[in-house]
Design a protein around this ligand. Structure first.
Ligand code: ZN
Length: 176
């Protein structure tokens, strides 16, 4: 229930209410850093949406440092290429960091997920599930998709990593 004049003092009753309340505290301490939209470190990070991966803390990033592009698996889909293209051509980034991780939810799925979905809703999704078994191979495939994209200006500094959700450490994946 939205907090209106009649229930402004009521305890938050949904997770979104909690987030909105946290934002009010955040904004009360916020001062305009006066930045423009171009990332200070000229880097875009593509990562899985996994809740255990705090990109800013794990990579020592501060507000304004980078673009973060996240989806299930950190897969380089057409829409990730869209974001990277805008990131590089309109907002000046040149490096790309790809981060997948151990114990990813996509390792327990198969492309049967699409089939089951089609059976359930009567329509086949246009997208691939992008399930995988070998996380290193999945990172290499993502690096390859970035490096071979005709839309990107900068494909010379593309590196891929696996984040270990148990130790917090990144392990770099050899592109070869
Ligand atoms: Zn994941």
């Amino acid at each position: 229930m939205p907090a209106g004049p009649g229930n402004a003092s009521a305890a938050p009753d949904t997770v979104t209410d909690r987030l909105v309340e946290a934002n009010e505290r955040y904004a009360s301490a916020f001062t305009d850093p006066g930045m423009d939209a171009r990332p200070v470190l000229h880097v875009a990070v593509v990562a899985c949406m996994d809740a255990r991966l705090d990109l800013h803390d794990a990579l020592g990033l501060s507000l304004g440092d980078c673009h973060t592009i996240r989806n299930a698996g950190g897969v380089v889909t057409d829409d990730v290429i869209r974001s990277l293209t805008i990131s590089q051509r309109a907002l000046g980034t040149r490096s790309v960091v790809l981060i997948h991780h151990t114990n990813c939810g996509l390792e327990s799925l198969t492309e049967d997920f699409r089939h089951d979905l089609e059976m359930e809703v009567g329509q086949r999704p246009a997208w691939a599930v992008e399930a995988f078994r070998d996380v290193d191979q999945d990172v290499r495939q993502s690096m390859q998709r970035v490096r071979t994209s005709p839309f990107l200006l900068h494909t010379d500094d593309v590196r891929g990593f696996v984040f270990d959700v148990k130790t917090g450490l990144l392990r770099e994946v050899d592109p070869a």
